[in-house]
Ligand binder design. Structure first.
Ligand code: TXA
Ligand code: MG
Length: 341
């Protein structure tokens, strides 16, 4: 049975945090909220505990984890070298949704990084996460708290949907503000490379450290972030990207006429213009002009389609720039790259 520890996300109760931290100290797993998504945490310096993360998620062991710290200076507990670029980025974006990849300290168990000589680190912007790490007195290795391949959890209910009965504790501290995973930036190469787009855009990074590169997963010969090669963020029904609202309307009619239970994932503007009276299994992601809102709602909407048992999902697309890069990255992965046209 998974125990649910309700905690105030703005002002976490220290006694509840301490009780959860005991599990981390004993080498057990704790799911906890961050500003991006819920994480599934273990003591990063306890290899047996870290292995439990891979087992609980069904995660391939060659996909490395992010280490979460509570204070800037704790980066020296896990990284072997912290260069000037890293320092500037930490200063500017921590606490927050930026993960940086640096050379790994040898005493950090290799299993955390799937054997790589590097480590991915971040300082989350969430009182529950920070207090848990402080109370556990150790950096916490944590991937997103979903079964491998599923959309990341943005509420504790999502965590329970995937991991109830599999993990001992979830710290239930409300919904995640950002709603998609952190930006992952590889600082072991020059220029640095964005391995996963997120709430901190390439432009925001460039303002601080100069040129950074961003590759679409398809541009890479060999996946650099090991996670890139696995299916991701997928609801149960297949997702298809559709290039224009007109095309979505046409396809929805055809498929509906053929008796298919179709799900539509579209913007408020597209609904108003093309689907004013259509209600069945149409989910509005947010305003086209508000990428933060679209990102915030994405995983909850993908999971809502599971609850509605749709047979396939048609999704609107967005320009691949700025914050929309993170959105399109997740949509393309959810769709396994499929477009209907
Ligand atoms: O927002 C987030 O980052 C959330 C919350 C819980 O902090 N965590 C998260 O973890 O999304 P996960 O495991 O789902 O994604 C970690 C990503 C993967 O794409 C992984 O391949 C990459 O970071 N990564 C981790 N360590 C790495 C390393 N040493 N080198 C390159 N990529 C790494
Ligand atoms: Mg994940």
């Amino acid at each position: 049975e998974t125990r649910i520890f309700k905690v105030n996300p703005e002002n976490p109760e220290q006694t509840i945090i301490n009780e959860a931290a005991e599990y981390i100290k004993k080498g057990e797993l704790v799911a906890f909220p961050t500003e991006t998504v819920y994480g599934l945490g273990a003591d990063a310096f306890n290899p047996a505990a870290v292995l439990k993360i891979f087992a609980a998620k069904g995660r391939p062991q060659d996909n490395p984890l992010i280490v979460h710290i509570a204070r800037h200076e704790d980066i020296y507990r896990v990284a072997a070298r912290v260069d000037v670029r890293a320092q500037k980025l930490m200063e500017k974006f921590w606490p927050g949704p930026l993960t940086i990849v640096l050379p790994r300290r040898e005493d950090l168990p290799a299993v955390v990084s799937a054997g790589l000589p590097t480590v991915a680190v971040r300082l989350p912007d969430h009182p529950v996460a920070v207090m848990l790490i402080e109370a556990a007195q150790t950096p916490i290795a944590a991937p997103s708290a979903n079964r491998s391949g599923r959309p990341s959890p943005t509420s504790y209910e999502h965590v329970l949907d995937d991991l109830s009965g599999i993990i001992p504790v979830v710290l239930a501290g409300g919904n995640c503000r950002v709603g998609v995973e952190s930006t992952v930036l590889d600082l072991t190469v020059t220029p640095p490379v964005v391995l996963r787009p997120g709430g901190i855009t390439p432009e925001m990074l460039e303002e601080v450290i100069g040129e950074v590169r961003y590759f679409n997963a398809k541009d890479l010969d060999a996946p650099k972030a090991p996670g890139m090669k696995y299916p991701h963020y997928a609801p149960r029904a297949p997702v298809y990207l559709v290039k224009t609202p007109e095309e979505i309307l046409k396809r929805a009619r055809e498929l509906g006429a053929a008796g298919k239970n179709v799900g539509l994932l579209i913007s408020k503007e597209t609904k108003e213009q093309f689907f004013p009276n259509y209600s069945q299994n149409l989910l509005v992601l947010g305003s086209r002009n508000n990428p933060s809102e679209l990102l915030h709602n994405l995983y909850e909407k993908l999971r809502e389609f599971d609850r509605r048992d749709v047979e396939l999902i048609l999704a609107e697309v967005y320009p691949e720039e700025g914050l929309y890069l993170a959105l399109m990255n997740r949509l393309k992965k959810a769709a396994a790259g499929r477009y209907l046209s």
